[in-house]
Design a protein around this ligand. Structure first.
Ligand code: FAD
Ligand code: DHB
Length: 397
């Protein structure tokens, strides 16, 4: 038996994009349902991004999601860039007229969003299967799924938002031949760890080392997060905790500085790619976040882009469904793609400047070092990095 129902917006995926979209829509009186194929516990524990642009922070505050972030998030006014054995500081506040970023983990944003949506009576179905999208080019697209108890559902919607990440189904629901894809694979990956040890630095350290990139970031004053460049085909079983700490110490080390170590509570290897699918819309099916685009993590743009997409999308859907004004919905893809391509360029640039390309020759290595020297010695070059890192045009809500 199939259970039929109706809502205004069907949202596939309870990651940051889908959850924030349903929250923003609810603030403007638009109903939605979020369907998610994982459990609530899994969504809340999945270790991913941790750095928010100033604009993302301001948006979360504006929509009532700032309390815990403001109490527990860590505001940073710069980063360290390390290469050729020396560590240099970039002061974002000075370079950009006061801009900053905040360390606030994606897990915490997701927890706050799920709790808020459920407290407000929002519909989130976890552990669904066989999600399908039908009739995206009609005024009544249909979302089908099987709930955790095995019941099949058919939800008639006014619009569907594909917020189902890179491996989701929504992107593939656009007609074959419509979607154009631009992508790059990188010949390396990131090994990321979470460790119960106070960070050994006040701000993030991005280190280009001849043996590979390393990044020291953090989650709280008690928890550090660190990343190591590893070969694209490496396996986590080859990395004992001792080997990870030794390599981090080696790649992050400078005279007079010590890396504190502690128990590793999580470790995983993530591939790195750039991927942009366009258009991000077909009829009344809209793609947002990782469902439409992926950036390599260097520079921390993925989560911020997801937040930006759904802020644009929520306004477009409110205009379309409540005010019967389709203009912002028609422009959705073009509006988002301008920011997406800026972030795609920045992430590619940061990645290429800081990682050791196994296929590069001395020419490539010298170009990287020259670029890094330019960034730390030219105010114009440093400002370019700082502007991109701290974020783009403010999000309008
Ligand atoms: P997701 O967070 O991927 O959410 C999509 C949701 O859809 C998931 O919950 C998924 O289970 C669900 N879903 C998928 N298919 C279906 C289906 N068929 N039916 C129902 N639900 C479905 N960004 C940074 O800025 N810094 C980082 O350090 C960083 N590290 C990362 C590490 C990893 C391993 C990954 C994968 C990403 C990382 N990112 C990082 C990127 C950032 O986390 C993402 O950009 C962000 O999660 C995008 O949010 P989203 O909601 O679009 O997608
Ligand atoms: C983090 C990840 C990044 O890729 C980055 O550039 C900065 C911070 C993080 O996980 O905190």
């Amino acid at each position: 038996m199939t259970v039929s129902s109706r809502t205004q917006v069907g949202i596939v995926g309870a990651g940051p994009a889908g959850l924030l979209l349903s929250h923003l829509l609810a603030l403007r009186g638009v109903d939605s349902i979020v369907v998610e194929n994982r459990s609530r516990a899994y969504c809340e524990a999945r270790q991913r991004a941790g750095l928010l642009e100033a604009g993302s922070v301001e948006l979360l505050r504006q929509v009532g999601l700032g309390a815990r972030m403001d109490a527990e998030g860590l505001e940073h006014g710069g980063i360290y860039l390390q290469f050729a054995g020396e560590r240099h500081h970039l002061d974002f506040r000075d370079l950009t007229g006061g801009r900053w970023v905040t360390i606030w983990a994606q897990t915490e944003i997701v927890k706050d969003l799920i709790r808020t949506r459920l407290a407000d009576g929002g519909a989130i179905e976890f552990e669904v299967s066989d999600t399908e999208v039908a009739d995206p080019d009609s005024d009544s697209p249909v979302l089908r799924y099987t709930d955790a108890a095995g019941n099949r559902h058919e939800v008639t919607c006014d619009a569907i938002a594909g917020c189902d990440g890179f491996h989701g189904i929504c992107r593939h629901s656009l007609p074959a031949g419509l979607l154009r894809v631009a992508d790059r694979e990188y010949p390396y990956a990131w090994l990321g760890i979470l460790a119960t040890v106070p960070p050994s630095t006040d701000e993030l350290i991005y280190s280009r080392h001849a043996d590979g990139f390393a990044l020291h970031t953090m989650r709280t004053p008690q928890v550090s997060r660190l990343y190591l460049q590893v070969p694209a085909d490496d396996e986590i079983e080859r990395w004992s905790d001792d080997r990870i700490w030794a390599e981090l110490r080696h790649r992050l080390g400078v005279p007079g500085w010590e890396l504190a170590t502690g128990p590793i509570t999580e470790k995983a290897i993530s591939p790195m790619r750039s991927f942009v699918a366009a258009p991000m819309q077909y009829g009344r099916l809209f793609l947002a976040g990782d469902a439409a685009h992926i950036v390599p993590p260097t520079g921390a743009k993925g989560l911020n882009l997801a937040i930006a997409d759904v802020t644009v999308l929520a306004t477009a859907l409110v205009n379309l469904l409540r005010d019967h004004d389709p203009r912002a919905a028609k422009e959705y893809s073009d509006t988002c793609l301008r920011r997406v391509w800026r972030a795609t360029h920045f992430s590619w640039w940061m990645t290429s400047m800081l990682h050791i390309d196994p296929y590069a020759d001395e020419f490539g290595a010298e170009l990287q070092l020259s670029q890094l020297r330019y960034v730390i010695s030219s105010r114009a070059a440093a400002t370019t990095l700082a502007e991109n890192y701290t974020g783009y045009l403010p999000l309008r809500w």
